[in-house]
Write a protein that binds this ligand. Structure first.
Ligand SMILES: Cc1cc2nc3c(=O)[nH]c(=O)nc-3n(C[C@H](O)[C@H](O)[C@H](O)COP(=O)(O)OP(=O)(O)OC[C@H]3O[C@@H](n4cnc5c(N)ncnc54)[C@H](O)[C@@H]3O)c2cc1C
Length: 480
């Protein structure tokens, strides 16, 4: 039953604010609007279909999300409210919670993946059937709806540059502030924050170097915007530092991408400009997944569907997953992912190319492994990135332009070996000149470096030059 004063009797509306991957209080239109209209119940629903039995369950990502929820709860409490936690099918849970709170409206931030869209349709149907109005808001992207950006012919863009040009011209919404205070519907059981074990998604992961939550996100964003950003244009490809490392926060909505863009606009120079163009890639892939939902299961380019002759080799797949390929840069990237739930973009490209064009293993295996490990794992950006490197997706380029040589990449982007030595400690004492090809060390050099190839560190699992030739043949045959 509704408490007195709830519902719409006094012109104010009682609402639920359903948080999903927008775990923040600043610049969140769904929250700001609901708070303006009346009392609210901020809530989050643990949905097993996404968390434990979905396509890509990930203890790493769920662990990070739980940290974000703890921080959100604390911030909301500081504003006079709290965060109500429930578990189940949101269609059912939200209808029940709305009835319990006497809420006649549910606000949430619209999403773009095919699964999320389908869920939201089901939720809206159930709520509206129960007499509860559903209001969707922008907030996950800089523009209100990346998928609505179309060419002069009215068709969605499939190449990044013209998309980015059109995207820049789209009018932005006004930013909204953090509510000064929130009137919360009283008497609703808050529910305890579960663990990964409680949710059936493995054991709680160890900590990563990313502190979860909006509080940490705002600190990190502020520090980067006032510091590293100036040199982003030159240093963003340096795997030991230079990029913002904001992706987990952007993925979980701990920081508003629009707020980032507005702050970038206040700074002159190349760094902010390039940074903004990277944010546009995220919006591009959101538009792709919204307009071409089949990319979640198949290649965007028709000619590569079922034609690429992928090789299923469990031993090679495992060597790649565990960072034991014998190629130092590839292994460093894969071990960073295992240890920290994150990987630098340059490495994501190198290791994805290695899986698909050196080991000839289906990109979907890589997509899955990334989604199971990345705390920033995002259906649209991850799928887009994998299809881009594999040369089967949107923004096409000839396949031989996206064949990364792990040795020259190491020479270029980790010339002093800082990154490789950090993540592959058995190579720590290998002399600089041999760090790119440790298998060429003499027996004495191996002894001296305390790293016997084949015992302490693997021999290369394949020969890059040979596999490159084979990949060219495979792609040529598939392209017809
Ligand atoms: C195979 C592959 C898989 C990827 N999977 C994901 C993923 O699951 N989630 C994810 O957020 N990014 C993914 N990316 C994109 C990119 O690697 C990461 O966004 C980036 O490494 C995050 O580091 P950063 O925050 O320091 O980025 P910065 O260089 O500081 O960029 C700023 C922000 O722009 C966005 N961004 C930058 N580059 C890209 C890009 N190419 N595509 C989409 N958004 C971008 C991110 O939100 C990022 O935080 C993937 C790339 C590849 C090649």
């Amino acid at each position: 039953m509704a408490d007195e004063g709830n519902g719409e009797s006094d012109g104010r509306v009682t609402s639920l604010v359903w948080f999903r991957r927008d775990l923040r209080t600043h610049d969140l239109p769904a929250l700001a609007t609901a708070v303006e209209q009346g009392p609210v119940v901020p809530c989050f629903v643990f949905d097993d279909r996404l968390i434990s039995i979905g396509r890509f369950p990930s203890a790493e990502r769920v662990g990070f999300m739980l940290g974000c929820l703890a921080d959100l709860r604390e911030t909301l409490e500081g504003l006079g409210a709290g965060l109500v936690l429930r578990r189940g099918d949101p269609a059912k849970v939200l209808a029940e919670l709305a009835a319990e709170a006497g809420a006649t409206r549910v606000h949430f931030t619209r999403d773009v993946s095919p699964w999320a869209i389908q869920r939201d349709v089901a939720v809206a149907g159930a709520l509206e059937g129960a007499g509860v109005e559903v209001t969707k808001h922008p907030g996950n992207y800089i523009v209100d709806d990346p998928g609505a950006i179309v060419s002069g012919k009215g068709t969605p863009y499939t190449v990044y540059s013209p998309f980015a040009k059109a995207w820049q011209k789209v009018e932005r919404r006004e930013m909204v502030g953090q509510p000064k205070a929130i009137e919360m519907v009283p008497g609703i059981e808050a529910g305890d924050l579960p663990t990964c074990e409680d949710l059936g998604v493995g054991t709680d992961p160890g900590t990563t170097s990313f502190e979860p939550g909006e509080t940490a996100a705002r600190k990190a964003a502020k520090a980067y915007l006032n510091g590293g950003l100036k040199r982003y244009g030159e240093l963003r490809n340096n795997p030991s530092g230079g990029s913002s490392r904001l992706s987990p926060y952007i993925r979980w909505g701990c920081v508003s991408p629009l707020e980032l863009e507005v702050k970038l606009g206040l700074q002159p120079g190349k760094g902010p400009r390039v940074f903004r163009s990277e944010l546009a890639w995220r919006e591009f892939y959101a538009a792709v997944i919204e307009n071409f939902p089949d990319v979640v299961v198949e290649e965007f380019q028709e000619r590569y569907r079922g034609t690429l002759d992928w090789q299923a080799d469990a031993r090679l797949l495992e060597a790649w997953q565990q960072g034991m390929t014998g190629y130092p840069l590839v292994d460093a990237g894969m071990r960073e992912l295992l240890a920290d739930g994150w990987m630098h973009n340059r490495l994501r490209m190198v290791v994805a190319s290695f899986l698909t064009k050196d080991l000839h293993i289906d990109w979907r295996e890589g997509e899955k492994w990334f989604m199971e490990r990345l705390i920033d794992g995002d259906m649209a950006s991850n799928n887009g990135g994998w299809q881009w490197v594999t040369s089967v997706g949107t923004d096409p380029a000839p396949y031989f332009q996206r064949m990364f040589n792990p040795m020259t990449q190491q020479e270029r982007f980790d010339p002093d070996g800082t990154y490789v030595r950090r993540w592959v400690p058995e190579l720590a004492s290998v002399p600089g000149k041999k760090l790119v090809r440790p298998w060429l060390m003499s027996d004495e050099e191996q002894e001296e470096a305390g790293c016997i190839i084949g015992r302490d560190y693997p021999e290369p699992v394949v020969d890059h030059a040979e596999e490159r030739r084979f990949a060219v043949e495979r792609y040529r045959a598939a392209a017809g």
